[in-house]
Structures are given as structure tokens and as C-alpha cells.
Design a protein around this ligand. Structure first.
Ligand code: G3I
Length: 342
């Protein structure tokens, strides 16, 4: 990837040194990241829940340790995320926050404080931020609301403010809207909602540079990966064409391939995962606007999908480039091959 002016990388985590986790403190995982990655992102440690235990207090210890480690090993880090706009992922204090007699002003203060504090602390050490994450409802395509957006009097003014504040606080940084509107059937309303949001940003002159295409993909339905892809490719390309026509860059920010519905047999499962991924990557890498590809974890042992979409046969997920014993799988080779071609 590096030779082609692109970057490949992954999410990783913080953990105490003795924990078995997808963390830089785990020597086996650290070695894997150092070997394959040029850019990293904290899986959880830059979220409000992690960074801001109360309205007036920040705790940067874990994220600082991650960034120090990444830099010591010559890897860049992205920032994820300055605002995950979903009640479920707000810290409890924010969901119950009293915005007082002038709610809009107080909401601006709470949001601005967050963005300025984080961006101010890291300066040019972070070159790309998921300023806003997942604000479009996947079922309806409408914008979500939360305690914060209600205090703002609407979600749009809150989103605009987040990007404007980020631009002022980190003028060097790429500002990204990040979401999971995928190419599988069932994502139509979600994609339409994201397009409306991106159009709105352009109309209002909001400083948004790129769309983060999370890329939590999943081979579903009848037939071979090629047949599945053939059913999905046209609307997906139309979506990406519309996004890039508006002048947005693209990133793959959270790549993995769910395998909950696939056969038990490892060889078959790994083959389907790799083939499906290869077709998907070919499409995305065909866009010159895409320079960064990040996996959401490099090792099956630590994937979030173990908890979120567990295998019913108890065999564990095989959704990342390396298996539970840190051995490369066909998915790893497929990604490498596609990046070399891009
Ligand atoms: O740290 C606590 C731990 O102290 C506690 O004992 C344990 C008990 O549940 O929870 C731990 O926190 C969990 C955290 O992951 C760290 O493991 C949270 O409950 C759990 O909700 C959290 O899940 C993360 C999720 O985002 C929500 O923040 C996943 O690891 C992470 O992979 C996932 O990542 C998201 C992206 O940010 C946005 N896009 C989708 C992606 C996958 O859902």
C-alpha cells in the first residue's frame, strides 16, 4: 500500500500489559500490527465514554499511551470519533444532562469544549478525524436525535457546528463523516439518508472532506460471492459515484467480513470471506479518492463480532485477516493482493 501512496492499517485497543486483548500491550498483537500496518485507530479509547467521564473532566491516559506507542513504531493514528451521535453510546452524564435556561448555548459549549480539547491536545499528531459517526438511522434514513441535538434545536445545526469547530481546532486535519451504510440489500434507506446528509453539508458549506465507509460487510443470500456481488454492485457503485461527484474523498475505516451465516468448515468459510472481500475491495480501490484502508481488528481472537454476531456452532468468528493463533488467512493474502494492484 505504501508503495502506491496508500495506507493500510487497523483498529487496536488499550489493555493492561497482562491482558489477552487486541492491544499494543499484547506482544503477539503488537508484532502483527507493526508488521502489517501504517496507520492505526483506537477501537474505543477516543469515544466520549472513554475520554470524558464527566462534563468537566477528561481522561486521556489510555489514548495517550496508544498514540505514543504508534508513533514510537512509526505508525500514524486516526481519531475515532469526536461525536458518535447515538444515545446508546453517549456517556450516561450526557444523556441526563441539564442544559439549563439557554440550552442551545450550553450545548454549543459542551460540544465545542470536547472538540477543542481533543484536537488541541493532539495537534498535528492526528491527521484525520471521524468528526461525526453514525448519525443516520439505518431503517428510515432520518437523522438521529439525542439529548445534545435536542438542546441544539435540531440535529443539523449540531452536526454543522461539530465540523466547523473541528476545522477551526484542527485546520490541518481531514474531516470525515463515518457510517456503515453497506452494499448489501437492506441498506437502501440508510444509503439514501447518508447521501441527503452529504448533499446538505455541501449546500450549507460545511467543511466535510470525506466519507468513511466503515465496510462491515457480510456475504448473505444465495449463490457464490460473485453472484451475491453481481446483485449488489450496481446500486453500490451509484452510491459511491454520487458521493465522489460531490467532491468527497473516501476511506475504508472499519473493514471486516461477518461469517455468522457461513458454513462451519474453515477452508470453505475462509474462501468465501476472502472472495467476497476481494470483489468488494476491487470496487472501492477503483476510486482514486480512496487512499486509506483500515481493518476493524487484525486477529479473529479479538474481533468485536465474537460478541456481536457470534457463531451458533461455537467455532468462533473468522472475520479478520489473521486467525486466533495469529496465522494469516486467505483474507490477509486477498487484501495484500488487491492493495498491490491498486
Ligand atoms: O471496558 C468495559 C469493561 O470495563 C466492562 O467490563 C465490559 C463489560 O461489558 O465492557 C467494556 O466496554 C465495552 C467496550 O467495547 C470495550 O470492550 C463496551 O461494553 C462495549 O459496548 C464496547 O463495544 C465497542 C462498540 O463499538 C461500542 O463502543 C466495540 O468494542 C467496538 O468494536 C465498536 O466499534 C464500532 C465503531 O466504534 C463504530 N462503528 C461500528 C463498530 C462496531 O460496532
Amino acid at each position: 500500500a505504501g508503495r502506491r501512496g496508500m495506507r493500510f492499517g487497523s483498529a487496536f485497543a488499550w489493555s493492561p500489559p497482562d491482558a489477552d486483548a487486541g492491544s499494543f500491550a499484547n506482544p503477539a498483537y503488537a508484532a502483527l500490527l507493526q508488521r502489517d500496518c501504517g496507520i492505526l485507530v483506537a477501537e474505543n479509547q477516543m469515544k466520549w465514554q472513554a475520554l470524558r467521564p464527566s462534563a468537566d473532566r477528561f481522561d486521556f491516559a489510555q489514548f495517550d499511551a496508544m498514540l505514543d506507542w504508534a508513533e514510537a513504531h512509526h505508525m500514524a493514528m486516526r481519531g475515532h470519533t469526536l461525536l458518535w451521535h447515538k444515545t446508546q453510546y453517549f456517556p450516561r452524564w450526557l444523556n441526563g444532562y441539564d442544559f439549563g435556561a439557554t440550552p442551545r448555548r450550553e450545548a454549543e459549549r459542551v460540544l465545542d469544549t470536547h472538540i477543542r480539547t481533543v484536537c488541541g491536545r493532539y495537534g498535528t499528531r492526528i491527521g484525520s478525524y471521524d468528526v461525526v459517526n453514525e448519525t443516520v438511522d439505518e431503517k428510515t434514513g432520518a437523522l438521529r436525535d439525542t439529548s445534545l441535538s435536542r438542546a441544539f434545536g435540531g440535529t443539523e445545526p449540531m452536526l454543522d457546528r461539530a465540523f466547523q469547530t473541528a476545522r477551526a481546532a484542527a485546520p490541518h486535519a481531514q474531516l470525515v463523516y463515518n457510517d456503515y451504510m453497506s452494499w448489501e440489500p437492506g441498506n437502501e434507506a440508510h444509503r439514501a439518508g447518508v447521501l441527503r446528509l452529504l448533499e446538505g453539508f455541501r449546500k450549507r458549506g460545511v467543511p466535510v472532506d470525506a466519507l468513511g465507509v466503515q465496510s462491515h460487510i457480510e456475504p448473505l443470500g444465495e449463490g457464490t460471492p460473485g453472484q451475491m456481488a453481481a446483485r449488489q454492485e450496481k446500486p453500490w457503485r451509484a452510491f459511491l459515484d454520487s458521493v465522489t461527484a460531490m467532491g468527497y474523498d473516501l476511506l475504508i475505516t472499519e473493514f471486516d467480513v461477518a461469517d455468522q451465516q457461513l458454513p462451519t468448515d474453515f477452508a470453505t468459510r475462509d474462501r468465501i470471506v476472502a472472495e467476497y472481500a476481494g470483489i468488494y475491495l476491487d470496487i472501492l480501490l477503483g476510486y482514486p479518492q480512496l487512499r486509506d484502508v483500515l481493518a476493524w481488528g487484525m486477529c479473529d481472537k479479538y474481533s468485536w463480532l465474537n460478541g456481536f454476531k457470534p457463531r451458533r456452532d461455537g467455532t468462533g468468528t473468522r472475520v479478520t485477516p489473521y486467525d486466533t493463533r495469529f496465522r494469516p488467512k486467505p483474507l490477509r493474502d486477498m487484501i495484500a493482493r488487491k492493495l498491490m494492484k491498486a
